[in-house]
Design a protein around this ligand. Structure first.
Ligand SMILES: [Mg+2]
Length: 185
């Protein structure tokens, strides 16, 4: 089993401008590329897990999300970065667009996407990490059994066990800590 680094998208991978649905609105967060390169070098498999209620709300279409995702993954590939899994949840119970206007186990803070990533990437959840910018990311990670919950947000409330990081350098330091080695056998 491998260690995984699960990433929220808006506010982590890209600057959160609120319902980013087009390439024009999408700006990679400064420092992301070297951070992901270092995480990869330390053996982490990478997944991006994103709530995209903008689809349910009618702000952009699922096709727009897929097109933006394809462009984003291509840009990352040009930086030598492979994202092993990309998952999005377009549903929201207060949405207006069918069939997306409904509850979803995939929508964070529910752990559906986390569990899916653990299974598909054969991750060791306890030694995996989730880097998000909202408490709902941390809650999804906790419910999904992810051992390290890193909150990239200076002001959001810290849940139990959550580590606050202020930038990618601090996140990386948390990721490259030694993996626990049992000393009693
Ligand atoms: Mg976010």
């Amino acid at each position: 089993m491998r260690r995984g680094l699960l990433l929220d998208r808006d506010g982590v991978v890209n600057v959160d401008r609120g319902y980013v649905g087009t390439i024009e609105q999408f700006e990679f967060t400064p420092g992301l590329f070297p951070f992901l390169r270092a995480a990869t070098d330390h053996g982490y498999r990478l997944a991006i897990l994103t709530n995209q209620s903008g689809v349910a709300r009618g702000l952009y279409r699922e096709d727009d999300f897929h097109a933006l995702t394809a462009w984003m993954l291509d840009q990352l590939q040009k930086q030598g970065l492979s994202i092993n899994l990309m998952l999005g949840c377009c549903e929201h119970p207060e949405g207006s667009v069918l069939p997306y206007a409904r509850e979803s186990f995939w929508r964070k803070p529910s752990p559906g996407m986390v569990l899916e990533a653990v299974q598909r990437l054969h991750l060791d959840p306890v030694n995996s990490a989730f880097l998000g910018d909202q408490p709902r990311d941390m809650e999804a990670a906790r419910l999904g059994g992810i051992g390290h919950q890193l909150l990239l947000n200076a002001s959001a409330e810290l849940g139990e066990g959550v580590i606050r990081v202020h930038n990618f350098d601090e996140a990386l330091k948390s990721l490259i800590r030694p993996v626990g080695i049992p000393l009693d056998n």
